[in-house]
Write a protein that binds this ligand. Structure first.
Ligand SMILES: Cc1cc2nc3c(=O)[nH]c(=O)nc-3n(C[C@H](O)[C@H](O)[C@H](O)COP(=O)(O)OP(=O)(O)OC[C@H]3O[C@@H](n4cnc5c(N)ncnc54)[C@H](O)[C@@H]3O)c2cc1C
Length: 440
């Protein structure tokens, strides 16, 4: 079976690993980056707590010992289901079976101002760009010409009170407490303001009541101004305009308020469900197509327990990959369709960290909630286990340990474009930027 997997994220990578060195499969894994990204720790890269390489893993290294997995670094442009072809910027690939595991991207809900001025965080590149802006603003603040400019540079607005927004707000608050005042003694950090805007009535709305209220309490204790039932209307780069007409002046807005599935061109529009996800059946098969599957964030599977589709989290993507790997092996062995496995999500719980020593954890069975230091330890242990590669695990762990005892880190570096010789026509930075379509 000539199998093409689009996307080397949690779902795509897991599927390729499951079928690696299995007889009967010729696999091509296509991703726009040559590495797997561990998205749950993007916020630590953005806040200079971890190096980008600690949470990225080269795809080619994963399959060095594989005799049937090929890696292609390419941007998928279109799929042609009739001809069973995938069109990319480096050429066209034929398939017998296709798995779409392209995940999700930031949803700015069509607001061009936001797209141009706010910072998303859906790739390692974007996390680094965010880090550069965050630190760059304080460098600028040192020479601010007016009190208004100074206040704008020292005000950070995070939009979206889900796990990403909560984790980022907490980490930035920790920077304000422990690191920034030491780096910039000439600035008055009482002036630094961190706002978290959330459109609904609570933070971490998808977790238990206890986690929601506890996370808000923790953030407020850390000095974050949490504004619930607050919607952003527009942002021009300096003024955050709220739906109720209020204005917050800020030079840094981080957008963590929405994602949409990365659906390749070529999928029938009738198959697109809420959140721009592809409707699939209980076996992740895209309805109405021959041998086309979708897994992870881009897949929308309605089940009795999940009437609005599954949560867009890593365990769903990985469990879908496991099920699909089993079914594809059965198909390859010409097993009967009745032998195929149906997807059932085993929800082992959810968690979010809020800052140093602070996290919240919900476990569904037995129904359990806990917070504080113990939850923080559990959060760290679990994330360490999930990171790919022994070296990465080691570096993340030693970074955390170093940070825990020194309250500091040596990663607050701004890598800006600089050429002592004539600038090359297309730089690596530009290539990455065009790949992520990010406006810096
Ligand atoms: C900041 C952040 C924090 C998160 N924290 C958590 C957490 O704590 N716990 C948790 O369970 N989940 C978390 N998630 C969600 C989790 O990361 C996703 O649910 C998971 O990555 C989905 O896996 P996936 O395989 O569907 O997609 P992804 O892992 O996103 O992989 C998609 C892959 O497809 C590639 N791709 C996309 N489009 C194209 C294209 N056109 N051409 C080529 N390649 C393409 C991308 O480069 C990427 O490698 C977080 C997400 C973010 C952004």
């Amino acid at each position: 079976m000539k199998l093409i997997i689009l996307g080397g994220g949690f779902g795509g990578l897991r599927l390729a690993r499951k079928l690696s060195n299995r007889a009967g499969f010729d696999i091509t894994l296509i991703d726009r980056f040559n590495y797997h990204q561990f998205q749950p720790l993007f916020y630590q890269v953005a806040t200079a707590g971890l190096d980008a390489s600690n949470i990225s893993f080269p795809l080619r290294k994963v399959f060095q010992k594989s005799n049937n997995v090929k890696i292609r670094m390419a941007d998928v442009q279109q799929i042609q289901t009739e001809q069973k072809k995938v069109v990319t910027d480096i050429g066209i690939f034929d398939y017998d079976a296709l798995v779409i595991a392209t995940g999700a991207d930031t949803n700015f809900f069509g607001n061009a101002d936001l797209m141009a001025n706010a910072f998303p965080m859906k790739s390692t590149t974007e996390a680094l760009q965010l880090r550069h802006r965050l630190l760059g603003n304080f460098e600028e603040a040192v020479t601010a010409k007016t009190p208004k400019e100074l206040q704008q540079l020292m005000t950070i607005v995070i939009v979206g009170g889900g796990p990403t927004g909560v984790e980022l707000s907490g980490a930035i608050a920790d920077m304000k407490r422990f690191q920034l005042p030491k780096d910039f003694p000439e600035l008055d950090f009482d002036k630094m303001k961190i706002y978290l805007l959330e459109g609904t009535g609570k933070t971490l709305a998808n977790m238990s009541e206890s986690s929601s209220s506890q996370s808000k309490k923790y953030l407020e204790k850390l000095g974050v101004t949490v504004m619930i039932n607050t919607m952003l209307k527009d942002y021009d780069g300096e003024n955050v305009i709220l739906q109720n007409g209020e204005v917050i002046e800020s030079r840094l807005v981080i957008w963590a308020a929405g994602i949409k599935g990365n659906v390749p061109i070529g999928i029938n529009k009738d198959l697109i469900a809420r959140g721009n996800r592809i409707k699939v059946d209980n076996q992740c098969k895209v309805q109405g197509y021959d041998a086309v599957y979708a897994i992870g964030d881009v897949a929308y599977m309605e089940q009795e327990a999940w009437p609005n589709g599954h949560p867009q989290v890593a365990p769903v993507a990985m469990q879908m990959a496991d099920m699909l790997a089993n079914n594809l092996r059965r198909k390859e062995m010409k097993s009967d369709d009745t032998n195929m496995q149906q997807f059932f999500y085993k929800d082992k719980g959810s968690m979010a960290t809020v800052g140093r020593n602070l996290a919240v954890v919900d476990v569904p069975k037995p129904k359990l909630h806990f917070g504080g230091f113990f939850a923080w330890m559990v959060w760290m242990g679990l994330h360490l286990m999930l990171i790919l590669g022994v070296k990465n695990r080691f570096f993340v762990f030693s970074n955390w340990l170093y940070n825990y005892f020194t309250y500091d880190q040596n990663l607050r570096l701004i890598f800006k474009e600089f050429y002592s010789h004539p600038k090359p026509k297309t730089s690596a930075v530009q290539l990455q930027q065009s790949a992520t379509s990010t406006v810096v």
